[in-house]
Design a protein around this ligand. Structure first.
Ligand SMILES: [Zn+2]
Length: 424
């Protein structure tokens, strides 16, 4: 496992050197590798140094921004905020030295003022040093420029003052609490300072165990596959978690990348814009989501002239696109006679037919019989026997003469009654 990861590191170093003939010579001291870590043959090491130009990519870290560092899969950048605080920062520094890991530290001005030696130690060990404001206020998102400007400048002033060579200060800034604001970012960018967010934290500023810090660091890294890890070198739990994090990074085949700012003598590592995305789309992977329509489409649409009908070759004089009613047609429509109320009157006797749609067939039959012969209905209600012959009559109108004979004989045919009942 260790052997294979050494091969990987060696290969990435060769690729870096092949990237350009300026690459190896312009980077200054080559990045440390496990094999180059004296006294620590199993060290994780630093696989490569990435030189970035803050002006080309002013905001990085997918926790808040679209872009992040152009890392390859399984590459990690370690960052530590809020120091230096000797009690813990020195322990972190020792662990990183033992593993030949180069990290980036975001210094608080007041800490540098109180412990300038801590800043010098970081520079001497070859780490990158950026700043993190003067007093770490968590109100950068609502500060006016007259408040955040001295906070930013105070941090830079005291951190560079602590250095033997102030040019060693990197133009990297992390906003305290990641309380970003456009005004703050624009101010930093206008001064050529790169705004660093992160790709994932490990929640080591919260009241959690060191085990939890270690678990979160690894889980979140595994979820993204690479990125910038945000830690704090002023916390006991971070000091306790760091050996486990480093051990796991090694076991899982992760590689440490050291980030430094570009200078006149040290040009930025050549990259393509797409590499600054955490997971750039590739042609071999189908796009799951439809891409957003870029803003420039709308910008251009607003200024495009509307096409005229002539541009569409429409012969408007002879072939109107849609037929229109003439004035005469509209006049005719408005003078149509109103239908009389008699048109909607229902003839007497039809009510039963209409009702029969909702009543039972037997009830409808009775109503029809009553309508046809009002006297017979009255007779039935008066318990007269004439109702039955009338019912048969209703169903057998053409046989009226025969029916009369049956009435006379007084022997009604039961089959017809049954037939009537069956139909009910
Ligand atoms: Zn902080």
């Amino acid at each position: 496992m260790i052997g294979s990861s050494v091969v990987l590191r060696t290969r990435s170093w060769i690729v870096l050197c092949l990237g350009g003939f300026l690459g190896c010579s312009a980077l200054g001291a080559p990045a440390a590798r496990a094999a180059d870590c004296p006294g620590h043959p199993d060290a994780l090491g630093t696989s490569r140094t990435l030189v970035v130009d803050p002006r080309e990519h002013p905001r990085i870290g997918t926790m808040q921004y679209r872009e992040t560092l152009p890392l390859k899969d399984h590459e990690v950048v370690l960052t530590f905020d809020d120091g230096p605080l000797p009690k813990y920062s020195n322990q972190v520094l020792k662990m990183l030295d033992d593993e030949c890991i180069k990290a980036t530290f975001f210094i608080i001005g007041s800490q540098a003022k109180a412990n300038p030696e801590g800043v010098r130690k970081l520079v001497a060990a070859g780490h990158t040093v950026g700043t993190h404001s003067m007093n770490h206020p968590l109100t950068f998102d609502r500060m006016p420029v007259e408040k955040f400007e001295p906070e930013i400048n105070g941090g830079i002033e005291w951190t560079s003052a602590a250095m033997t060579d102030p040019s060693k200060l990197a133009p990297f800034f992390r906003i305290p609490g990641l309380m970003r604001a456009e005004g703050v970012e624009n101010y930093l960018i206008s001064r050529g300072i790169q705004v660093w967010s992160a790709d994932f934290p490990a929640d080591d500023w919260r009241h959690v165990s060191s085990d939890r810090v270690y678990q979160l660091a690894i889980q979140r890294l595994e979820a993204k596959g690479k990125g910038i890890l945000l830690l704090h070198d002023i916390q006991a739990r971070t000091v306790a978690a760091l050996p486990k994090i480093i051990r796991d990074l090694k076991a899982r085949g992760y590689r440490i990348v050291h980030v430094v700012p570009a200078t006149a003598e040290r040009p930025a590592t050549p990259t393509t814009p797409v590499e600054w995305l955490l997971h750039p789309p590739t042609e071999t992977v189908p796009i799951a989501r439809w891409p957003r329509v870029p803003n420039f489409v709308f910008t251009q649409t607003r200024t495009l002239p509307a096409p005229s009908l002539a541009d569409l070759n429409a012969q408007t004089e002879h072939q109107p696109l849609l037929p229109r009613r003439t004035r005469g047609q509209m006049d005719i429509a408005s003078t149509l006679p109103v239908p009389g109320s008699a048109l909607f009157a229902i003839p007497e006797g039809s009510v039963e037919v209409l009702l029969s749609t909702t009543l039972s067939r037997r009830a409808a039959t009775r109503l029809a019989m009553a309508a046809e012969t009002p006297h017979a209905a009255r007779g039935k209600t008066a318990k007269g026997k004439a109702a039955k012959p009338q019912a048969r009559h209703a169903h057998a109108a053409p046989a009226a003469p025969k029916h009369a004979a049956q009435v006379k004989s007084g022997t009604p045919r039961p089959t017809r009654v049954a037939s009537l009942k069956k139909r009910a």
